[in-house]
Ligand binder design. Structure first.
Ligand code: NAX
Ligand code: ADP
Ligand code: K
Length: 491
Protein backbone atom coordinates (compact mmCIF):
# COMPACT_ATOMS: atom_id res chain seq x y z
CA UNK A 1 0.00 0.00 0.00
CA UNK A 2 1.33 3.40 -0.90
CA UNK A 3 0.46 5.94 1.78
CA UNK A 4 0.25 9.72 1.42
CA UNK A 5 -0.14 12.58 3.83
CA UNK A 6 -1.22 16.20 4.15
CA UNK A 7 1.33 19.00 4.50
CA UNK A 8 0.41 19.38 8.19
CA UNK A 9 0.97 15.69 8.87
CA UNK A 10 4.38 15.84 7.19
CA UNK A 11 5.35 18.98 9.05
CA UNK A 12 4.42 17.45 12.42
CA UNK A 13 6.46 14.32 11.68
CA UNK A 14 9.43 16.39 10.48
CA UNK A 15 9.27 18.42 13.64
CA UNK A 16 9.68 15.34 15.85
CA UNK A 17 12.43 13.86 13.69
CA UNK A 18 14.30 17.13 13.40
CA UNK A 19 14.47 17.49 17.18
CA UNK A 20 16.43 14.23 17.31
CA UNK A 21 18.98 15.08 14.65
CA UNK A 22 21.78 17.63 14.26
CA UNK A 23 20.60 20.81 12.58
CA UNK A 24 20.42 20.68 8.81
CA UNK A 25 20.74 16.91 8.53
CA UNK A 26 17.22 16.42 7.08
CA UNK A 27 17.86 18.98 4.40
CA UNK A 28 21.18 17.34 3.55
CA UNK A 29 19.44 13.97 3.17
CA UNK A 30 16.76 15.57 1.00
CA UNK A 31 19.32 17.36 -1.18
CA UNK A 32 21.40 14.24 -1.62
CA UNK A 33 18.37 12.28 -2.92
CA UNK A 34 17.41 15.17 -5.14
CA UNK A 35 20.89 15.44 -6.64
CA UNK A 36 21.02 11.68 -7.27
CA UNK A 37 17.72 11.67 -9.18
CA UNK A 38 18.66 14.82 -11.09
CA UNK A 39 22.06 13.42 -12.04
CA UNK A 40 20.43 10.27 -13.40
CA UNK A 41 18.33 12.42 -15.75
CA UNK A 42 21.39 14.10 -17.24
CA UNK A 43 23.36 12.34 -19.98
CA UNK A 44 26.50 13.42 -18.09
CA UNK A 45 26.68 15.62 -15.02
CA UNK A 46 30.08 17.13 -15.85
CA UNK A 47 29.61 20.12 -18.11
CA UNK A 48 25.80 20.01 -18.12
CA UNK A 49 23.81 23.17 -17.39
CA UNK A 50 21.35 23.18 -14.54
CA UNK A 51 19.11 26.08 -13.58
CA UNK A 52 17.67 26.35 -10.06
CA UNK A 53 14.48 28.28 -9.34
CA UNK A 54 14.93 29.18 -5.68
CA UNK A 55 12.12 30.46 -3.48
CA UNK A 56 12.31 31.99 -0.03
CA UNK A 57 11.72 28.90 2.10
CA UNK A 58 13.32 25.54 2.81
CA UNK A 59 12.16 24.24 -0.57
CA UNK A 60 14.64 26.69 -2.06
CA UNK A 61 17.20 25.46 0.48
CA UNK A 62 16.81 21.90 -0.81
CA UNK A 63 17.37 23.13 -4.36
CA UNK A 64 20.50 25.08 -3.38
CA UNK A 65 22.11 22.15 -1.57
CA UNK A 66 21.29 19.83 -4.48
CA UNK A 67 22.74 22.45 -6.82
CA UNK A 68 25.88 22.49 -4.67
CA UNK A 69 26.24 18.70 -5.04
CA UNK A 70 25.78 18.87 -8.82
CA UNK A 71 28.25 21.75 -9.08
CA UNK A 72 30.82 19.68 -7.16
CA UNK A 73 30.40 17.01 -9.82
CA UNK A 74 31.26 19.52 -12.54
CA UNK A 75 27.82 20.77 -13.62
CA UNK A 76 27.42 24.46 -14.47
CA UNK A 77 24.70 25.38 -12.01
CA UNK A 78 22.95 28.73 -11.95
CA UNK A 79 20.27 29.91 -9.55
CA UNK A 80 17.52 32.49 -9.86
CA UNK A 81 16.74 33.78 -6.38
CA UNK A 82 13.06 34.58 -6.73
CA UNK A 83 12.04 35.21 -3.13
CA UNK A 84 12.36 38.21 -0.89
CA UNK A 85 14.71 36.06 1.23
CA UNK A 86 16.94 33.09 0.48
CA UNK A 87 18.08 30.13 2.61
CA UNK A 88 21.37 31.62 3.76
CA UNK A 89 23.42 28.54 4.57
CA UNK A 90 22.24 26.87 1.36
CA UNK A 91 23.23 29.88 -0.72
CA UNK A 92 26.66 30.06 0.84
CA UNK A 93 27.30 26.37 0.25
CA UNK A 94 26.07 26.72 -3.33
CA UNK A 95 28.38 29.64 -4.02
CA UNK A 96 31.36 27.92 -2.43
CA UNK A 97 30.85 24.94 -4.76
CA UNK A 98 31.02 27.28 -7.76
CA UNK A 99 27.29 27.91 -8.27
CA UNK A 100 26.34 31.26 -9.82
CA UNK A 101 23.40 33.51 -9.09
CA UNK A 102 21.71 34.92 -12.19
CA UNK A 103 18.83 37.33 -12.79
CA UNK A 104 15.27 36.31 -13.70
CA UNK A 105 15.95 37.12 -17.35
CA UNK A 106 17.77 33.76 -17.48
CA UNK A 107 14.41 32.13 -18.15
CA UNK A 108 14.09 33.89 -21.50
CA UNK A 109 13.40 31.32 -24.15
CA UNK A 110 16.85 31.71 -25.76
CA UNK A 111 18.65 31.13 -22.47
CA UNK A 112 16.55 28.11 -21.49
CA UNK A 113 17.41 26.35 -24.71
CA UNK A 114 20.96 25.95 -23.36
CA UNK A 115 19.76 24.49 -20.08
CA UNK A 116 19.74 20.69 -19.60
CA UNK A 117 17.62 20.59 -16.45
CA UNK A 118 15.58 22.95 -14.27
CA UNK A 119 15.21 22.28 -10.55
CA UNK A 120 12.01 23.83 -9.27
CA UNK A 121 12.61 24.90 -5.68
CA UNK A 122 10.23 27.86 -5.58
CA UNK A 123 7.81 26.51 -3.02
CA UNK A 124 6.90 23.15 -1.50
CA UNK A 125 4.58 22.19 1.33
CA UNK A 126 4.64 25.80 2.54
CA UNK A 127 2.57 27.10 -0.38
CA UNK A 128 -0.58 29.08 0.31
CA UNK A 129 -3.00 29.88 -2.52
CA UNK A 130 -2.11 30.65 -6.13
CA UNK A 131 1.54 31.32 -7.00
CA UNK A 132 2.34 35.00 -6.74
CA UNK A 133 4.74 37.02 -8.88
CA UNK A 134 7.54 36.74 -9.69
CA UNK A 135 7.14 32.96 -9.19
CA UNK A 136 4.15 32.63 -11.52
CA UNK A 137 5.97 34.37 -14.40
CA UNK A 138 9.06 32.18 -13.97
CA UNK A 139 6.89 29.07 -13.98
CA UNK A 140 5.05 30.14 -17.13
CA UNK A 141 8.36 30.74 -18.91
CA UNK A 142 9.79 27.36 -17.89
CA UNK A 143 6.57 25.52 -18.80
CA UNK A 144 6.69 27.08 -22.27
CA UNK A 145 10.27 25.91 -22.88
CA UNK A 146 11.21 22.37 -23.95
CA UNK A 147 13.41 21.79 -20.90
CA UNK A 148 12.99 18.91 -18.44
CA UNK A 149 11.97 19.95 -14.94
CA UNK A 150 12.54 18.20 -11.63
CA UNK A 151 10.21 19.54 -8.95
CA UNK A 152 11.60 19.68 -5.43
CA UNK A 153 9.17 17.95 -3.04
CA UNK A 154 6.03 19.29 -4.76
CA UNK A 155 5.58 21.01 -8.13
CA UNK A 156 5.41 24.70 -7.24
CA UNK A 157 1.81 25.88 -7.40
CA UNK A 158 0.29 22.51 -6.45
CA UNK A 159 -1.33 22.30 -3.03
CA UNK A 160 0.51 19.42 -1.38
CA UNK A 161 -2.45 18.29 0.72
CA UNK A 162 -5.27 18.39 -1.80
CA UNK A 163 -3.83 18.44 -5.31
CA UNK A 164 -5.55 21.74 -5.97
CA UNK A 165 -3.90 24.02 -8.54
CA UNK A 166 -5.41 27.41 -7.84
CA UNK A 167 -3.25 29.29 -10.40
CA UNK A 168 -0.10 28.57 -12.37
CA UNK A 169 1.93 25.47 -11.48
CA UNK A 170 5.12 23.95 -12.80
CA UNK A 171 4.80 20.96 -15.11
CA UNK A 172 7.48 18.54 -13.95
CA UNK A 173 8.80 15.39 -15.58
CA UNK A 174 9.84 14.11 -12.19
CA UNK A 175 8.96 15.18 -8.67
CA UNK A 176 11.43 14.19 -5.97
CA UNK A 177 9.41 14.16 -2.81
CA UNK A 178 10.95 14.08 0.65
CA UNK A 179 10.14 11.67 3.45
CA UNK A 180 6.64 10.62 2.36
CA UNK A 181 4.19 11.02 -0.51
CA UNK A 182 2.03 14.11 -0.29
CA UNK A 183 -1.65 13.45 -1.04
CA UNK A 184 -1.71 16.22 -3.64
CA UNK A 185 0.87 14.38 -5.77
CA UNK A 186 -1.52 11.47 -6.29
CA UNK A 187 -4.74 13.28 -7.14
CA UNK A 188 -5.50 15.37 -10.22
CA UNK A 189 -5.05 18.14 -11.07
CA UNK A 190 -1.87 18.10 -8.90
CA UNK A 191 -0.82 14.61 -10.01
CA UNK A 192 -0.88 15.69 -13.65
CA UNK A 193 1.77 18.32 -12.81
CA UNK A 194 4.03 15.98 -10.86
CA UNK A 195 5.13 13.53 -13.58
CA UNK A 196 6.90 10.52 -12.13
CA UNK A 197 7.09 10.80 -8.35
CA UNK A 198 10.32 9.60 -6.71
CA UNK A 199 10.36 9.24 -2.94
CA UNK A 200 13.53 10.09 -0.99
CA UNK A 201 13.74 8.40 2.39
CA UNK A 202 14.82 10.90 5.03
CA UNK A 203 13.87 8.70 7.99
CA UNK A 204 10.38 10.13 8.50
CA UNK A 205 8.59 6.77 8.44
CA UNK A 206 8.35 6.04 12.19
CA UNK A 207 6.96 9.49 12.94
CA UNK A 208 4.13 9.53 10.40
CA UNK A 209 0.50 9.23 11.58
CA UNK A 210 -2.27 7.25 9.84
CA UNK A 211 -2.29 8.32 6.20
CA UNK A 212 -4.74 10.74 4.63
CA UNK A 213 -4.68 8.91 1.29
CA UNK A 214 -3.86 5.37 0.24
CA UNK A 215 -3.10 3.87 -3.17
CA UNK A 216 -3.58 0.14 -3.57
CA UNK A 217 -0.81 -1.96 -5.10
CA UNK A 218 -1.51 -5.01 -7.29
CA UNK A 219 -0.57 -7.18 -4.30
CA UNK A 220 -3.18 -5.44 -2.11
CA UNK A 221 -5.86 -5.99 -4.74
CA UNK A 222 -4.85 -9.63 -5.26
CA UNK A 223 -5.18 -10.22 -1.54
CA UNK A 224 -8.59 -8.57 -1.31
CA UNK A 225 -10.12 -10.25 -4.36
CA UNK A 226 -12.34 -13.20 -3.54
CA UNK A 227 -11.29 -16.54 -4.99
CA UNK A 228 -13.64 -19.54 -5.22
CA UNK A 229 -12.75 -22.44 -2.94
CA UNK A 230 -13.55 -26.15 -3.16
CA UNK A 231 -16.70 -25.54 -1.12
CA UNK A 232 -17.93 -22.75 -3.40
CA UNK A 233 -21.14 -22.93 -5.35
CA UNK A 234 -22.78 -20.21 -7.39
CA UNK A 235 -24.92 -19.01 -4.47
CA UNK A 236 -22.09 -18.96 -1.95
CA UNK A 237 -19.80 -17.09 -4.37
CA UNK A 238 -22.31 -14.23 -4.41
CA UNK A 239 -25.41 -13.39 -6.39
CA UNK A 240 -25.74 -9.86 -7.75
CA UNK A 241 -29.04 -8.25 -8.66
CA UNK A 242 -28.93 -5.71 -11.47
CA UNK A 243 -31.71 -3.13 -11.88
CA UNK A 244 -30.55 -1.19 -14.91
CA UNK A 245 -31.54 -0.36 -18.49
CA UNK A 246 -34.80 0.86 -19.98
CA UNK A 247 -36.54 0.99 -23.34
CA UNK A 248 -34.28 3.88 -24.28
CA UNK A 249 -31.03 2.57 -22.78
CA UNK A 250 -30.84 -1.16 -23.32
CA UNK A 251 -27.03 -1.16 -23.66
CA UNK A 252 -26.46 -0.03 -20.07
CA UNK A 253 -28.09 -3.23 -18.83
CA UNK A 254 -25.93 -5.38 -21.10
CA UNK A 255 -22.71 -3.65 -20.02
CA UNK A 256 -23.49 -3.74 -16.30
CA UNK A 257 -24.38 -7.43 -16.40
CA UNK A 258 -21.24 -8.12 -18.47
CA UNK A 259 -19.00 -6.30 -16.00
CA UNK A 260 -20.51 -8.27 -13.12
CA UNK A 261 -20.18 -11.67 -14.79
CA UNK A 262 -16.57 -11.07 -15.80
CA UNK A 263 -15.69 -9.85 -12.29
CA UNK A 264 -16.67 -13.15 -10.75
CA UNK A 265 -20.25 -12.93 -9.52
CA UNK A 266 -21.51 -16.48 -8.82
CA UNK A 267 -24.70 -15.49 -10.55
CA UNK A 268 -26.31 -12.34 -11.90
CA UNK A 269 -30.04 -11.81 -11.59
CA UNK A 270 -31.19 -9.18 -14.05
CA UNK A 271 -34.51 -7.43 -13.46
CA UNK A 272 -35.98 -5.08 -16.06
CA UNK A 273 -38.56 -4.33 -18.71
CA UNK A 274 -38.96 -6.27 -21.94
CA UNK A 275 -36.64 -4.20 -24.20
CA UNK A 276 -33.49 -4.48 -22.06
CA UNK A 277 -34.47 -8.04 -21.07
CA UNK A 278 -34.28 -9.05 -24.74
CA UNK A 279 -30.82 -7.51 -25.10
CA UNK A 280 -29.43 -8.98 -21.88
CA UNK A 281 -30.75 -12.42 -22.81
CA UNK A 282 -29.14 -12.18 -26.25
CA UNK A 283 -25.74 -11.07 -24.93
CA UNK A 284 -25.51 -12.95 -21.65
CA UNK A 285 -27.33 -16.27 -21.59
CA UNK A 286 -25.60 -16.81 -18.22
CA UNK A 287 -27.79 -14.17 -16.54
CA UNK A 288 -30.97 -15.22 -14.74
CA UNK A 289 -33.67 -12.87 -15.91
CA UNK A 290 -36.89 -11.55 -14.42
CA UNK A 291 -39.01 -9.52 -16.82
CA UNK A 292 -40.80 -6.99 -14.63
CA UNK A 293 -44.41 -6.09 -15.24
CA UNK A 294 -44.39 -3.72 -12.30
CA UNK A 295 -41.57 -1.70 -10.68
CA UNK A 296 -40.80 -4.11 -7.85
CA UNK A 297 -38.10 -6.67 -7.14
CA UNK A 298 -40.50 -8.81 -5.08
CA UNK A 299 -40.33 -11.74 -7.53
CA UNK A 300 -36.60 -11.60 -8.27
CA UNK A 301 -35.21 -14.02 -5.70
CA UNK A 302 -32.44 -13.70 -3.16
CA UNK A 303 -29.31 -11.68 -3.97
CA UNK A 304 -26.35 -10.55 -1.84
CA UNK A 305 -26.11 -7.06 -3.38
CA UNK A 306 -27.73 -4.84 -6.01
CA UNK A 307 -26.52 -2.50 -8.71
CA UNK A 308 -29.13 0.16 -9.30
CA UNK A 309 -29.29 2.81 -11.94
CA UNK A 310 -27.28 2.58 -15.19
CA UNK A 311 -29.64 3.53 -18.05
CA UNK A 312 -32.65 3.10 -15.75
CA UNK A 313 -34.32 6.39 -16.70
CA UNK A 314 -35.75 8.84 -14.18
CA UNK A 315 -39.49 8.41 -14.69
CA UNK A 316 -42.02 7.22 -12.10
CA UNK A 317 -41.40 3.56 -12.93
CA UNK A 318 -37.66 4.02 -12.31
CA UNK A 319 -38.36 5.88 -9.07
CA UNK A 320 -40.59 3.08 -7.80
CA UNK A 321 -38.08 0.41 -8.81
CA UNK A 322 -35.32 2.34 -7.00
CA UNK A 323 -37.50 2.50 -3.90
CA UNK A 324 -38.07 -1.24 -4.06
CA UNK A 325 -34.35 -2.06 -4.46
CA UNK A 326 -33.33 0.33 -1.69
CA UNK A 327 -35.93 -1.17 0.63
CA UNK A 328 -33.97 -4.45 0.53
CA UNK A 329 -31.58 -5.37 3.34
CA UNK A 330 -28.47 -5.95 1.20
CA UNK A 331 -25.74 -3.52 0.04
CA UNK A 332 -26.72 -1.39 -2.97
CA UNK A 333 -24.45 0.32 -5.50
CA UNK A 334 -26.22 3.42 -6.81
CA UNK A 335 -25.09 4.81 -10.16
CA UNK A 336 -26.14 7.05 -13.03
CA UNK A 337 -29.92 7.65 -13.30
CA UNK A 338 -30.50 6.35 -9.80
CA UNK A 339 -28.19 9.12 -8.55
CA UNK A 340 -30.50 11.64 -10.23
CA UNK A 341 -33.44 10.00 -8.48
CA UNK A 342 -31.64 10.20 -5.13
CA UNK A 343 -30.73 13.85 -5.78
CA UNK A 344 -34.46 14.52 -6.20
CA UNK A 345 -35.59 12.36 -3.31
CA UNK A 346 -32.99 11.97 -0.57
CA UNK A 347 -35.43 9.84 1.47
CA UNK A 348 -34.45 6.95 -0.83
CA UNK A 349 -31.13 6.80 1.06
CA UNK A 350 -32.83 6.10 4.40
CA UNK A 351 -31.75 2.50 4.88
CA UNK A 352 -29.48 0.61 7.23
CA UNK A 353 -27.68 -1.69 4.78
CA UNK A 354 -24.55 -0.20 3.14
CA UNK A 355 -24.65 2.09 0.10
CA UNK A 356 -21.90 2.71 -2.43
CA UNK A 357 -22.52 5.60 -4.82
CA UNK A 358 -20.45 5.92 -8.01
CA UNK A 359 -20.93 9.44 -9.39
CA UNK A 360 -18.80 11.37 -11.86
CA UNK A 361 -18.23 15.01 -10.92
CA UNK A 362 -21.43 16.17 -12.65
CA UNK A 363 -23.55 13.63 -10.80
CA UNK A 364 -21.94 14.48 -7.48
CA UNK A 365 -22.58 18.15 -8.20
CA UNK A 366 -26.27 17.39 -8.63
CA UNK A 367 -26.36 15.30 -5.47
CA UNK A 368 -24.60 17.76 -3.17
CA UNK A 369 -25.58 20.98 -4.96
CA UNK A 370 -21.90 21.85 -5.34
CA UNK A 371 -20.26 23.22 -8.45
CA UNK A 372 -18.86 20.65 -10.90
CA UNK A 373 -15.64 22.60 -11.51
CA UNK A 374 -15.05 22.94 -7.79
CA UNK A 375 -15.47 19.19 -7.36
CA UNK A 376 -12.95 18.48 -10.11
CA UNK A 377 -10.50 20.96 -8.55
CA UNK A 378 -10.73 19.39 -5.07
CA UNK A 379 -11.77 15.77 -5.52
CA UNK A 380 -10.60 14.49 -2.12
CA UNK A 381 -12.41 17.15 -0.17
CA UNK A 382 -15.69 16.79 -2.07
CA UNK A 383 -15.69 13.00 -2.02
CA UNK A 384 -15.11 13.04 1.74
CA UNK A 385 -17.73 15.68 2.36
CA UNK A 386 -20.35 13.76 0.37
CA UNK A 387 -19.51 10.52 2.21
CA UNK A 388 -20.01 12.24 5.55
CA UNK A 389 -23.12 14.21 4.61
CA UNK A 390 -24.89 11.31 2.92
CA UNK A 391 -23.61 8.55 5.22
CA UNK A 392 -22.51 6.42 2.25
CA UNK A 393 -19.30 5.29 0.58
CA UNK A 394 -18.46 7.52 -2.39
CA UNK A 395 -16.58 6.43 -5.49
CA UNK A 396 -15.94 9.65 -7.41
CA UNK A 397 -15.01 8.82 -11.03
CA UNK A 398 -12.70 10.71 -13.35
CA UNK A 399 -9.04 10.84 -14.31
CA UNK A 400 -8.25 10.15 -10.64
CA UNK A 401 -10.89 8.01 -8.98
CA UNK A 402 -11.36 8.67 -5.27
CA UNK A 403 -13.09 6.24 -2.91
CA UNK A 404 -14.09 7.97 0.31
CA UNK A 405 -15.73 6.73 3.47
CA UNK A 406 -16.07 8.50 6.80
CA UNK A 407 -13.10 8.05 9.18
CA UNK A 408 -10.99 6.18 6.62
CA UNK A 409 -8.19 7.39 4.35
CA UNK A 410 -9.37 8.12 0.83
CA UNK A 411 -8.32 5.43 -1.63
CA UNK A 412 -7.09 6.89 -4.86
CA UNK A 413 -6.92 4.99 -8.13
CA UNK A 414 -4.93 5.94 -11.21
CA UNK A 415 -4.77 2.64 -13.09
CA UNK A 416 -7.15 4.01 -15.74
CA UNK A 417 -6.51 5.78 -19.01
CA UNK A 418 -8.22 8.74 -20.63
CA UNK A 419 -9.39 6.32 -23.34
CA UNK A 420 -11.95 5.23 -20.74
CA UNK A 421 -13.72 8.57 -21.23
CA UNK A 422 -16.29 7.01 -23.56
CA UNK A 423 -19.98 6.14 -23.16
CA UNK A 424 -20.81 3.02 -21.19
CA UNK A 425 -17.56 2.41 -19.34
CA UNK A 426 -19.16 3.65 -16.11
CA UNK A 427 -21.84 0.97 -16.47
CA UNK A 428 -19.10 -1.65 -16.65
CA UNK A 429 -17.52 -0.27 -13.46
CA UNK A 430 -20.87 -0.60 -11.68
CA UNK A 431 -21.06 -4.23 -12.69
CA UNK A 432 -17.51 -4.94 -11.52
CA UNK A 433 -17.84 -3.20 -8.16
CA UNK A 434 -21.33 -4.69 -7.69
CA UNK A 435 -19.98 -8.20 -8.27
CA UNK A 436 -17.34 -7.60 -5.59
CA UNK A 437 -20.02 -6.38 -3.16
CA UNK A 438 -22.06 -9.53 -3.86
CA UNK A 439 -18.96 -11.62 -3.16
CA UNK A 440 -18.77 -10.15 0.32
CA UNK A 441 -16.40 -7.19 0.06
CA UNK A 442 -17.44 -4.04 1.92
CA UNK A 443 -18.25 -0.88 -0.04
CA UNK A 444 -14.79 0.63 0.55
CA UNK A 445 -12.97 -2.51 -0.67
CA UNK A 446 -15.40 -3.23 -3.51
CA UNK A 447 -15.18 0.36 -4.74
CA UNK A 448 -11.40 0.60 -4.60
CA UNK A 449 -10.70 -2.88 -6.02
CA UNK A 450 -13.41 -2.37 -8.65
CA UNK A 451 -11.88 0.93 -9.75
CA UNK A 452 -8.43 -0.69 -9.87
CA UNK A 453 -9.54 -3.62 -12.04
CA UNK A 454 -11.75 -1.47 -14.28
CA UNK A 455 -8.94 1.03 -14.87
CA UNK A 456 -6.45 -1.72 -15.61
CA UNK A 457 -8.91 -3.49 -17.93
CA UNK A 458 -9.34 -0.16 -19.73
CA UNK A 459 -5.60 0.24 -20.10
CA UNK A 460 -5.21 -3.28 -21.46
CA UNK A 461 -8.17 -2.80 -23.83
CA UNK A 462 -6.95 0.57 -25.09
CA UNK A 463 -3.28 -0.21 -25.62
CA UNK A 464 -2.86 3.26 -27.10
CA UNK A 465 -6.02 3.25 -29.24
CA UNK A 466 -9.74 3.90 -28.72
CA UNK A 467 -11.73 1.34 -26.78
CA UNK A 468 -15.39 0.53 -26.38
CA UNK A 469 -17.09 -0.29 -23.11
CA UNK A 470 -17.56 -3.87 -24.34
CA UNK A 471 -13.76 -4.12 -24.81
CA UNK A 472 -13.34 -3.19 -21.15
CA UNK A 473 -15.73 -5.98 -20.15
CA UNK A 474 -13.70 -8.45 -22.21
CA UNK A 475 -10.41 -7.46 -20.55
CA UNK A 476 -11.54 -7.71 -16.92
CA UNK A 477 -10.24 -11.30 -16.64
CA UNK A 478 -6.87 -10.10 -18.01
CA UNK A 479 -6.80 -7.40 -15.38
CA UNK A 480 -7.52 -9.96 -12.64
CA UNK A 481 -4.80 -12.26 -13.95
CA UNK A 482 -2.38 -9.33 -14.06
CA UNK A 483 -2.90 -8.39 -10.41
CA UNK A 484 -2.60 -12.04 -9.42
CA UNK A 485 0.66 -12.28 -11.36
CA UNK A 486 -0.73 -15.05 -13.57
CA UNK A 487 0.02 -15.19 -17.28
CA UNK A 488 -2.66 -13.41 -19.32
CA UNK A 489 -3.14 -16.26 -21.75
CA UNK A 490 -2.50 -19.96 -21.43
CA UNK A 491 -2.41 -20.56 -25.19
N1 NAX B 1 11.73 21.16 7.47
C1 NAX B 1 12.72 20.37 7.06
O1 NAX B 1 13.71 20.07 7.72
C2 NAX B 1 12.67 19.86 5.74
C3 NAX B 1 12.02 20.58 4.78
N2 NAX B 1 12.11 20.23 3.55
C4 NAX B 1 11.76 21.16 2.49
O2 NAX B 1 11.17 22.32 3.00
C5 NAX B 1 9.96 22.59 2.35
C6 NAX B 1 9.07 23.35 3.23
O3 NAX B 1 9.75 24.52 3.58
P1 NAX B 1 9.05 25.83 4.14
O4 NAX B 1 8.23 25.48 5.29
O5 NAX B 1 10.11 26.83 4.32
O6 NAX B 1 8.04 26.24 2.99
P2 NAX B 1 8.26 26.41 1.42
O7 NAX B 1 9.68 26.56 1.07
O8 NAX B 1 7.49 25.36 0.76
O9 NAX B 1 7.50 27.77 1.14
C7 NAX B 1 7.42 28.81 2.04
C8 NAX B 1 7.74 30.10 1.37
O10 NAX B 1 6.99 30.27 0.20
C9 NAX B 1 6.29 31.50 0.20
N3 NAX B 1 5.00 31.27 -0.43
C10 NAX B 1 3.98 30.55 0.06
N4 NAX B 1 2.95 30.53 -0.81
C11 NAX B 1 3.35 31.25 -1.87
C12 NAX B 1 2.71 31.60 -3.09
N5 NAX B 1 1.48 31.21 -3.37
N6 NAX B 1 3.40 32.38 -3.98
C13 NAX B 1 4.64 32.79 -3.68
N7 NAX B 1 5.29 32.48 -2.54
C14 NAX B 1 4.65 31.74 -1.63
C15 NAX B 1 6.17 31.87 1.64
O11 NAX B 1 6.11 33.27 1.77
C16 NAX B 1 7.41 31.28 2.27
O12 NAX B 1 8.47 32.18 2.21
C17 NAX B 1 9.48 21.25 1.90
O13 NAX B 1 8.58 21.33 0.83
C18 NAX B 1 10.77 20.57 1.53
O14 NAX B 1 11.16 20.93 0.23
C19 NAX B 1 12.95 19.09 3.20
O15 NAX B 1 14.24 19.59 3.08
C20 NAX B 1 12.93 18.03 4.23
C21 NAX B 1 13.35 18.57 5.50
N1 ADP C 1 -9.63 11.19 -18.21
C1 ADP C 1 -9.86 10.00 -17.67
N2 ADP C 1 -8.83 9.22 -17.24
C2 ADP C 1 -9.08 8.01 -16.68
N3 ADP C 1 -10.31 7.50 -16.52
C3 ADP C 1 -11.36 8.22 -16.92
C4 ADP C 1 -11.19 9.50 -17.50
N4 ADP C 1 -12.41 9.99 -17.78
C5 ADP C 1 -13.30 9.06 -17.41
N5 ADP C 1 -12.66 7.99 -16.87
C6 ADP C 1 -13.29 6.78 -16.34
O1 ADP C 1 -14.24 6.30 -17.30
C7 ADP C 1 -15.44 5.89 -16.66
C8 ADP C 1 -16.59 6.78 -17.19
O2 ADP C 1 -17.75 6.59 -16.45
P1 ADP C 1 -19.03 7.52 -16.64
O3 ADP C 1 -18.63 8.95 -16.60
O4 ADP C 1 -20.04 7.04 -15.70
O5 ADP C 1 -19.46 7.20 -18.14
P2 ADP C 1 -20.78 6.49 -18.69
O6 ADP C 1 -21.91 7.08 -17.91
O7 ADP C 1 -20.84 6.87 -20.13
O8 ADP C 1 -20.63 5.04 -18.49
C9 ADP C 1 -15.20 6.03 -15.17
O9 ADP C 1 -14.71 4.83 -14.65
C10 ADP C 1 -14.10 7.09 -15.10
O10 ADP C 1 -13.32 7.00 -13.94
K1 K D 1 8.85 22.95 -5.67
Amino acid sequence: MRTAYTADQIRAAEHVLMARLPEGSLMRRAASGLATVSAALLPMVYGSRVLLLVGSGDNGGDALYAGMLLARRGARVEAILAGTRTHEAGLEAFRLAGGRVVGPEAVDRADLSFVDLVLDGLVGIGVTGALREPYAGLVRAVNAAPVPVVAVDVPSGVDASTGRVPGTAIEAQVTVTMGAYKAGLLVDPGAAHAGVVELVDIGLGPYLPDPDVVVLTPEDVAELLPRPSNESDKYRRGVLGVAAGSVQYTGAAVLTVGGALRAGAGMVRYAGQSAPVGQVRAHWPEAVITELDRPSIGEVGRVQAWVLGPGLGTDDWAHELARSVLASDVPVLIDADALTLVARDRSLLRRTAPVLITPHAGELARLTRADRDQIEAARLEHAHRAATELGVTVLLKGSTTVVAEQHRPARVNRTGTSWLATGGTGDVLSGVAGALLAQGLGCYEAGSCGAYLHGLAGRIAAHGAPLTAADVVAEIPSAIRTVRGEPRSTT
